[in-house]
Design a protein around this ligand. Structure first.
Ligand code: NAI
Ligand SMILES: O=C(O)C1=NCCCC1
Length: 357
């Protein structure tokens, strides 16, 4: 009996295939698969089995933790994308597990390191053998920003009609300019028409650095005005969409910081031990709150101040969008199913490109 060793995809191999169409499509697939699993009345197409993820503290330091994130996503289809010409139209299933560490003091090390490091294990779902090990740090970064893009498309733009996401210019605030803040800024500029991008970071120099880099990447013709702000309040006051991704244990944004009497959407991505500590309860009390997955919310949002309106995937399927003047919050926790679908799409794209050459 012979056992084939797993193929290893390093960070460069993965990065070459991370594009917004590929990642957005895989993330949308995962978000809807999770809902179908809970809603028996929907046609049984795709489904996700996603047990609770585990958190293992590294000693007694609450800022150093290892997460294990297993998922099986069954019977799903990825839409056509230029990166993946193989397997198009076929239903597929993926068994995967992500191992990810979050060490929040890493950026203060000398030299600095990212806070988050990840690998995704992909299994052969016929034999159970480990088929591939994929460096998953960028994948995690991209899929998290992609979930915010998908949330913004369906919870904000769709209030104004199906063309809005292509045509309507928006002001975006980024609160927290770390790895997630940077990828959110890039993702929003790539996917939407961003008129103004307001950046706020605890250490202003980091926001300044990010502004300069983005300006170089976007070029002068992008039409996006980038502004470094002195406070979260300044960043948010004319923002239509806010992306917040910090480790803050205290609220950084309050209801008085938001545009009044106008619709605002918030992607709440980060926070410390309590997942929702960076956003003030007074915002949650006035908002419609959506999550990636009810099961995760039940396990990880203990003490959450208001009831959850819906899973994001249900909005994708049913189109029950917020009203134009609502405040909506996407409480993003991150799902193993997203990692499984994105890792599978990347794997397919790598195999496909190797076959073509
Ligand atoms: N929802 C999801 O799927 C995911 C969520 N995350 C979360 O996103 C957050 C950011 O992650 P990264 O960007 O990778 O980390 P990072 O370390 O690269 O950046 C964190 C940023 O937050 C700021 N910050 C930290 N503590 C703060 C405080 N007390 N007050 C104000 N600002 C503070 C820092 O200045 C830094 O710019 C973390 O909470 C992380 O756990 C990360 C990956 C996936
Ligand atoms: O979903 C993920 O991946 C993560 N979520 C919370 C923080 C660590 C990484």
């Amino acid at each position: 009996m012979s056992t084939k060793p797993p193929v290893y995809y390093n960070a460069d191999a993965v990065r070459r295939f991370l594009t917004w169409p590929l990642v957005n499509n895989a993330v949308e697939t995962a978000l809807t698969a999770v809902v179908k699993h809970h809603c028996q009345e929907l046609p049984a197409q795709s489904f996700a089995i996603q047990p609770k993820r585990s958190f293992t503290a590294c000693g007694d330091h609450s800022g150093k933790v290892l997460l294990t994130m297993p998922a099986f996503v069954g019977n799903y289809r990825l839409q056509a994308s230029p990166e993946c010409s193989r397997e198009l139209g076929n239903h597929r299933s993926t068994l995967a597990c992500k191992l990810v560490t979050s060490f929040r003091d890493n950026p203060e090390r000398n030299p600095p390191l990212p806070s988050i490091h990840a690998h995704v294990l992909l299994f052969d779902n016929q034999t159970g053998q480990l088929a591939a090990i994929m460096e998953g740090t960028d994948l995690t970064t991209w899929r998290t920003a992609s979930a915010s893009v998908v949330a913004t498309k369906h919870l904000y733009f769709r209030r104004f009609g199906v063309q809005a996401e292509k045509e309507m210019p928006i002001n975006v605030a980024i609160v927290g300019c770390g790895v997630q803040g940077q990828i959110h800024a890039a993702a929003f500029c790539a996917n939407f028409r961003v008129r103004k991008l307001n950046l706020y970071n605890r250490t202003e120099a980091k926001a300044q650095e990010m502004a300069e880099q983005l300006q170089r990447e976007l070029g002068t013709e992008s039409g996006t005005q980038i502004l470094v702000c002195r406070s979260a309040n300044e960043a948010c006051q004319d923002a239509d969409v806010i992306c917040i991704a910090t480790y803050s244990k205290e609220p950084l944004i309050n209801i008085k910081d938001l545009k009044s009497k106008q619709g605002v959407h918030i992607n709440a991505v980060g926070a410390g031990v309590v997942h929702f500590s960076e956003v003030s309860p007074d915002i949650y009390h006035q908002a419609k709150v959506y999550v990636d997955c009810y099961a995760n919310a039940e396990a990880e949002l203990k003490g959450f101040p208001v009831p959850i309106s819906a899973e994001l995937g249900a909005i994708l399927l049913e189109g029950n969008y917020p009203n134009e003047t609502d405040i909506s919050v996407f409480q993003s926790m991150g799902m193993a199913s997203e990692d499984a679908c994105v890792a599978q799409a990347v794997h397919d794209a790598i195999v496909s490109s190797a076959d073509d050459s």
